[in-house]
Design a protein around this ligand. Sequence first.
Ligand code: 5RP
Length: 222
Amino acid sequence: MTSDELKALVGRAALAEIPELPGGAVIGVGTGSTVNCFIDALATVKHKVRAAVSSSEASSARLRAHGIAVVEAAEVERLGVYIDGADEIDPRGHMIKGGGAALTREKIVADLADRFVCIADASKRVEVLGRFPLPVEVIGHAAAQIGRRFAALGGTATLRAGVTTDNGHPILDVRGLAITDPAALEAEINQWPGVVCVGIFARHKASVCLLGTPQGVETLRY
Ligand SMILES: O=C(CO)[C@H](O)[C@H](O)COP(=O)(O)O
C-alpha cells in the first residue's frame, strides 16, 4: 500500500471515533494530508457532525467546501474528540507536530478536547522523538536567542524559509535533538521568552493512535 492509501485508510477509520450525539457532534479537526483524507471521508457522513473547530485556514476551507460548518474555538467550552495527524509518535503517545506549521492552533484545539485521536501512517512511529526536525513557532524578534538556547542543548535551529503561520509568526525547525523526556523538554522550552508554541505534544499527547500499516489499521491506546 502507498503512503496515500494508508492515510486514506486511517482517515476513514477515524469516523468511528466521532461521538454519536443527537443532532451531530462538534469535533476538533487538525491539519495536514492525513487529516485531509479524514475530512473527505467525513463529507460522506455529514449527519455525524454539527460543526467542526478547525486548527488551520486550510482545513477550515476544506471543511466548508464539503458543506461542513466551522465554528471558532472561542465558541466552544469543550470537545469530545480532536482528530489530527502527527510527524512522529513515540510508544507513549507523545508526538512531534507542526510540519504543516499549524502547531499553535493544533495545541489550542487539542486543549479543548477530552480525547486526542492521532491518525498516521506507520512511518510516523518512532522509539524516540527527534529525527523529524522539531517545529517551534516564535516571535521573530526572539528567533536568534531561541536558536542559541537550542544550540546549548545540542540542536541546530533554522528558520523555515518562506513560511509564516496563520498567526503571522515564523517557524524554527530544530535538528539534532534526541527527545528522551518529551514532557520535560516541552515544559522547558515553554519558559523561553518569545516561544509561541513548541511542537512537542506531551501534555496534550494522543489518547489513541490509528496507525495505518500494510496489514490494516493498528489501534494503539495510551
Ligand atoms: O502537525 C501537523 C501540521 O502542523 C500535521 O499533523 C503533521 O505535519 C502531519 O501531516 P501529514 O498528515 O501531512 O503527514
